[in-house]
Design a protein around this ligand. Structure first.
Ligand code: KIV
Ligand code: ZN
Length: 519
């Protein structure tokens, strides 16, 4: 019998976005937030409002629209951050301000360049400030696991006295070892005055590959909130993988004896969505959501599973929402088969949407023997991208040639904002470079390509490839994605999508400001 309820704080939209090479648009963040809402995550850390106007807007839109979970914004322990965090989350049904400040001597000496008393004062003052604005205040001593114990206890006591309702022990650099971390958690509960009246939380990074193990050890030692990201994305080696913690607690209820409010059947969708939006592939052997997580290869295992699944499966794929495949889709499949498979994957489509995706499905099925779930997800993404993305230019045609003794050359034909058709050609260092240069020539833009990532959607030579491209102009980055069975075509689509986003941002910047203070 479970005796208590554990809270899950998802920080995919904040710490997850700090992963190298990731950039999400406000719409993409909203899409992820909605999936986290479906998953019944308790707290969504929607961003770091003071970090940029874009993040401010994304947090405040999520706060206004996503009902159910607590919506939090991160804030450094400085007045402007705290105030901006509040402005961004204040319309949420249940807002939270999350203040953080380094507690370790290493950080205080080398980064903050302040003494421990000054830092203590900042922590208390900013928690007090946050508390005057918002009843729900989380405080994180950053680098807590490398902090002098007595100082850490004192800091926790003082912020609790100042009004913090959650204190979050951050293993910022992934330094903790599970048994030590559990001991730290127990000591905090024994020694910090006021700790019983607040939620004790943990936030673990994965530098030593121990983030999930540390989070689980902390739950066992009395933590009631755990923080993490879908697919374990995040700064450096990432954060604790939220879905792994959830499934460990769910599968080993007998051991953890805690309740949770998560709808585990939404996990797979969340994982796929985050992977597609961030362009970060999920490794095939990743626990819970990897391609191979529920595949049995050896004869002995297959024999066992056929007789009884529990022989080699500690959890059922349905429990995490992995759709069971019953039919193969290909060029002979009809609309009904496609619709039924898409519904299994969680897509609800209008007649018009189904017709549009059926067209693209037929084109793909002509090129590929089997169209599998991953392909369908990509088709759906492409449909969505085309119908929601700002579009100034569309790709009408692309042609390229290259070889080991040829100069890579590309020709593109684009349809512009007023329907004008323009063709131009260019050479490049490679075919992708040539295609991007040709697009630049048509549009007359000069942006720098800063990131290029290709992923094969499925195995096999006929697999679709998705390309994620990031471009930079005037210090701003824009992400674009494209998919095709030909990766040069996918690259052209991705590059054009990033350029379209850049052009839309340029247009927006020309509009007169609507009002500088958000209401
Ligand atoms: O890793 C960390 O310390 C953080 C804090 C802001 C909680 O992300
Ligand atoms: Zn972190």
């Amino acid at each position: 019998m479970a005796d208590d309820r554990i809270l899950f704080l998802d920080t995919t939209l904040r710490d997850g976005e700090q992963s190298a090479g990731i950039g999400m648009t406000g719409d993409e963040k909203m899409e992820i937030a909605r999936q986290l809402q479906k998953m019944h995550v308790d707290i969504i850390e929607a961003g770091f409002a003071a970090s940029s106007p874009g993040d401010f807007e994304a947090v405040s839109n999520i706060a206004r629209e996503v009902k159910g979970p607590i919506i939090a914004s991160l804030a450094r322990a400085v007045a402007n951050d705290v105030d901006q965090a509040w402005e961004a989350v204040k319309h949420a049904e249940r807002p939270r301000i999350h203040v953080f400040l380094s507690s370790s001597e290493i950080h205080q000496m080398h980064q903050l360049r302040k003494n421990r008393e000054e830092v203590m004062e900042m922590a208390v003052t900013m928690v007090e400030r946050a508390k005057k604005l918002c009843p729900d205040v989380e405080f994180s001593p950053m680098d807590a696991t490398r902090t002098n114990r007595e100082y850490l206890y004192q800091m926790l006591e003082e912020v609790i006295r100042a009004g913090a309702t959650t204190v979050n022990i951050a293993d910022t650099v992934g330094y903790a070892i599970p048994s030590d971390f559990a001991e730290l958690l127990r000591d905090i509960q024994a020694k910090v005055a006021g700790i019983d009246g607040v939620t004790l939380s943990v936030h673990c990074h994965n530098d030593l590959g121990l983030a999930v193990a540390n989070s689980l050890a902390a739950i066992k030692a009395g933590a009631f909130q755990v923080e993490g990201c879908i697919n374990g994305i995040g700064e450096r080696a990432g954060n604790a993988s939220l879905e792994e913690i959830i499934m460990a607690v769910d599968t080993r209820k007998d051991f953890f004896k805690v309740d949770m409010g998560i709808d585990t059947t939404q996990i797979y969708q969340a994982s796929r969505l985050v992977s597609r939006i961030t362009g970060m592939a999920v490794q095939a052997n990743k626990a819970v959501v990897g391609e191979n997580a529920f595949r049995h290869a050896s004869g002995i295992h297959q024999d066992g599973v056929l007789k009884n699944r529990s022989t080699y499966e500690v959890m059922q794929p349905e429990r995490v929402g992995v759709p069971g495949s019953t039919m193969v889709l290909g060029k002979l499949s009809g609309r009904a088969g496609l619709q039924s498979r898409l519904e299994d994957l969680g897509y609800v489509l209008s007649r018009e949407e189904l017709s549009a995706v059926f067209e693209s499905f037929k084109v793909l099925a002509d090129k590929k023997r089997e169209v599998n779930d991953r392909d369908l997800e990509i088709l759906m993404d492409e449909e969505k991208r085309v119908s929601t993305e700002p579009v100034s230019y569309t790709l009408d045609h692309v042609h390229f040639s290259s070889g080991d003794h040829d100069i890579p050359t590309a020709t593109v034909r684009l349809i512009g904002p007023d329907g004008q058709v323009t063709t131009d050609a260019s050479t490049g260092n490679g075919p992708v470079d040539a295609v991007c240069n040709a697009i630049d020539r048509v549009i007359g833009c000069t942006c720098k390509l800063v990131d290029f990532n290709v992923q094969s959607v499925t195995e096999g030579l006929d697999s679709m490839g998705t390309v994620t491209i990031r471009i930079e102009k005037d210090g701003q980055k824009y992400t674009g994605r494209g998919a095709s069975t030909d990766i040069i075509v996918a690259s052209a689509k991705a590059y054009l999508s990033a350029v379209n986003r850049m052009l839309a941002a340029d247009e927006e910047a020309k509009l007169p400001p609507v009002g500088t203070t958000p209401d």
